[in-house]
Design a protein around this ligand. Structure first.
Ligand SMILES: Cc1cc2nc3c(=O)[nH]c(=O)nc-3n(C[C@H](O)[C@H](O)[C@H](O)COP(=O)(O)OP(=O)(O)OC[C@H]3O[C@@H](n4cnc5c(N)ncnc54)[C@H](O)[C@@H]3O)c2cc1C
Length: 386
């Protein structure tokens, strides 16, 4: 078939979620240059917390969190519920308490716990000498990102979507001021709407059509084997000092991620983490978590493919031209944001209202921004964007 209502470019979690949203009442094809989840989606840590976005995008966040919890048991998707504790050093206490208040006003069950309360709720977990306490997130958890991606796709296929892997989209076809299909390595495809969910490659794919200010961003992660068993209720965590996050894994290791940097062309980045990141984790983690004094790095991974960063770390889901929807810039949280991303794409394709503000995700908020923007730290982002 070469004619569809919707052609989705990219078989990552965002493209697959969008295809699932649209397949029941549209002829949909997913076009993936490589294999499904071969980009950032297959490399992610799968943490679902939305720590920084709750007060700025409350409905967007709530939609995704509810979906991921309620979708449990559908296809192969599993949502592993675990609380998250975001540790608070003394210099961030005021800011952390302000964020808890804003998030609580937006309806999220967050609490600020002082150090004694953290220790009482999570005995033996944290080494709290450098912290005044922490924010406790109680509606969080983790998923296996590959399985979540393929579960969306399985739903989409059950609803009638076609999936074509190993097919590269080389260009979008324009007719006057609108887009009406794509040129692929397998020939042309006509589509009423083209959804570009091609991760960091979206920018180069749409060069000359529309400027999409995303840059490839790299994350690093290692799996640490602790000195003791972590147990079934071991919390996930965030350390804003070293900008690490972590979550327990089924094999008894702790997955510790962080070390994000903007990169040139992903793929040129070697596999494995940098020596600096490995040393930082080895030095810092025993100062944050108990039982890691003699921890061994069991495996190390990074993302040679990269995720897509935006200047304000908020994704872009917009319809800049008739027949073209752009969904990219998930900046380290596309797994947790995937339900909202898919729902936003559906709204843009069908005109149905979304249960959150689409303006927050619009492309024209970056009219003044080029493609050489700097990566802001979490603190800088909060100061600049609230
Ligand atoms: C190490 C790491 C850890 C992470 N941890 C988390 C986490 O804990 N929680 C979380 O929520 N997020 C996390 N993320 C972020 C998350 O992985 C991404 O935000 C998300 O996967 C983005 O999904 P996507 O579909 O936009 O992009 P991708 O998964 O990159 O998918 C884009 C797809 O488009 C395809 N494509 C590109 N160009 C073309 C073309 N021209 N034609 C056809 N196909 C094309 C690519 O091959 C790719 O498969 C992490 C990311 C990394 C790298």
């Amino acid at each position: 078939m070469t004619e569809y209502d919707v052609a989705v470019v990219g078989g990552g979690i965002v493209g697959c979620s969008a295809a699932r949203e649209l397949a029941a009442d549209h002829e949909v094809v997913v076009l993936e240059r490589d294999a499904i989840a071969s980009g950032a989606s297959g490399k992610a840590s799968g943490v679902v917390t939305f720590s920084a976005q709750r007060s700025t995008l409350p409905e967007f966040v709530e939609y995704s969190l509810s979906f991921l919890r309620e979708w449990e048991g559908t296809a192969h998707h599993e949502f592993h519920r675990r609380n998250t504790v975001e540790l608070t050093p003394p210099e961030k206490e005021r800011e952390a308490k302000g964020r808890v208040e804003a998030a609580r006003e937006a309806g999220f069950p967050l609490r600020f716990l002082d150090a004694a309360e953290v220790d009482a709720r999570y005995p033996g977990v944290f080494e709290l000498s450098g912290y005044v306490g922490g924010i406790e997130y109680r509606d969080t958890g983790f998923v296996d990102p590959y399985t979540a991606t393929t579960s969306y796709l399985e739903d989409a296929e059950t609803r009638g979507a076609d999936v074509r892997t190993g097919v590269e989209v080389e260009d979008v076809k324009r007719s006057g001021n609108s887009v009406d299909g794509v040129e692929t390595s397998d020939g042309p495809i006509t589509a009423g709407t083209v959804v570009c969910a091609a991760g960091w490659r979206t920018r180069e794919l749409l060069a000359g059509v529309v400027d999409v200010p995303v840059r490839p961003i790299r994350y690093q992660a290692v799996d640490l084997r602790p000195d003791r068993s972590l147990g079934d209720a071991y919390p996930m965590g965030i350390d804003p000092v070293g900008e690490y996050y972590w979550r327990p894994q089924g094999d008894g290791t702790l997955h510790v991620g962080g070390g994000d940097t903007l990169v040139g062309t992903p793929g040129e980045v070697r596999h494995g983490v940098t020596e600096e990141f490995r040393l930082d984790v080895a030095t810092d983690v025993p100062g944050i978590l108990r039982g890691f004094e003699r921890a061994e790095v069991e495996s190390e991974d990074t993302c040679p493919t990269g995720d897509a960063a935006t200047p304000d770390s908020i994704p872009i889901v917009d319809c800049p031209l008739e027949g073209l929807v752009v969904a990219t810039g998930f900046h380290g949280y596309g797994i947790m944001a995937s339900p909202s991303a898919g729902r936003a794409v559906r709204s843009l394709v069908t005109g149905e209202p979304a249960p959150f503000a689409l303006e927050d995700l619009s492309l024209d908020r970056f009219e003044e921004t080029g493609d050489r923007f700097e990566l802001l730290s979490l603190t800088e982002k909060r100061a600049k964007y609230g």
